[in-house]
Write a protein that binds this ligand. Structure first.
Ligand SMILES: [Zn+2]
Length: 352
């Protein structure tokens, strides 16, 4: 019954997400991603976690109520109430039927003859109305440039996600219900350490500390958000994976991920030859390895793992375990080292 009243505030997808009722949902999703920062784009959170805006549920309930009332006999009290709601003079936007009709018109789902045709009240297809809503809601992801590096400032976050990370691009899946497919690392987290999941989620959602994001807070133009590690090129997601000279160690540790991109040694300051789809193909590989690689790059950027321990080693349980510890405080690293020492027989002499 409250659907049209709530939907009245949804004059645009952004306004829809601004509703205070959405706050608990986004707080929950940010927690689920490992305490992602508050400024994480809400459209991206919904897509990454396969969640839908509450407005979609309100719309579905309103359509179902309308269809139920349309099927009632004229003598039913609810049908008579709706009849009055539709025919009273001086109807205002606060009227249920006016709010409902107006939102259907906004998303392009209002039948040509309107809700009340000569032959009777229209019965709406729930699926078609929701498909129209999905298309309306996803409009910010449409008509974006192929290369996020060419996107305008206002569109760069959505474009980066759509071109580099989305499981199903909006232009392919819109209206079919597939556009919100959840990436594998989120739906099957088994075997992936929580810290790695958090690093990958932050990386995919632009909630990381790469210069392309931190430079925005400082108001620096994008060309000036140069990678602080290698001082060579804008420090964005593509740069970290394929171009940054400072990430050679994580690349070597995760060499199988780079087999289809010319090998881990092929990294250079300009890998635009790989094409706009390269990063999308990269993150679609084995989720455990990709998450481990992104986490290792994050540690590398904060200069935590010592080179002599991890350099040259293939990915193994030992290095993996070390990286997990290295992400914690120093006491965990010390515990890790002590555990290794205590495993050596005879290291500690027996007490007299
Ligand atoms: Zn770099």
């Amino acid at each position: 019954m409250w659907g049209p009243t709530l939907l009245r505030s949804c004059s645009s997808p952004k306004k829809c997400l601004d509703l205070a009722l959405h706050r608990p949902l986004f707080l929950f999703l940010r927690r689920l991603g490992g305490n992602l920062r508050r400024s994480t784009r809400r459209e991206l959170l919904l897509r990454e976690f396969g969640a839908k805006p509450l407005a979609r549920a309100w719309l579905r309930a309103s359509v179902q109520l309308w269809n139920r009332v349309a099927a009632l006999p004229d003598t039913d009290p609810l049908a008579r109430a709706m009849c009055e709601n539709l025919s009273l003079p001086g109807r205002t936007p606060q009227f249920w039927s006016v709010g409902f009709e107006s939102f259907l018109r906004r998303i392009g789902a209002l039948p040509e003859a309107g809700l009340v045709a000569e032959e009777g009240w229209a019965v709406l297809s729930v699926d078609k109305v929701l498909a129209a809503f999905d298309e309306w809601f996803a409009q910010g992801f449409q008509g974006l440039p192929d290369d996020p590096r060419q996107a305008s400032s206002s569109a760069v976050s959505l474009c980066t996600y759509e071109r580099w990370f989305a499981v199903t691009p909006v232009e392919e899946g819109c209206g079919t219900g597939d556009w919100s497919a959840v990436p594998g690392y989120m739906s099957h987290t088994a075997g992936i350490p929580a810290r790695h999941v958090r690093s990958l989620a932050a990386f995919r959602l632009g909630a990381h500390h790469l210069e392309v994001a931190t430079g925005r807070w400082a108001g620096r133009p994008r060309p000036q958000r140069v990678c602080a590690l290698c001082d060579c090129g804008v420090g964005d997601e593509f740069h970290m994976v394929f171009e940054c000279a400072a990430q050679a160690v994580p690349r070597q540790m995760h060499a199988p991920l780079f087999a289809q991109f010319g090998g881990w040694e092929a990294a250079s300051s300009d890998r635009s030859d790989l094409g706009a789809d390269a990063l999308r193909h990269f993150v679609a590989q084995d989720a455990r390895l990709v998450a481990s690689f992104v986490h290792a790059c994050e540690l590398r950027a904060s200069a935590e793992p010592p080179d002599e321990v991890v350099f040259g080693d293939p990915l193994s349980e030992t290095t993996d375990e070390f990286l997990e510890c290295a992400d914690d405080d120093v006491s965990d690293v010390i515990s890790f080292a002590l555990d290794a020492v205590l495993d050596v027989p005879g290291f500690f002499p027996c007490p007299p």
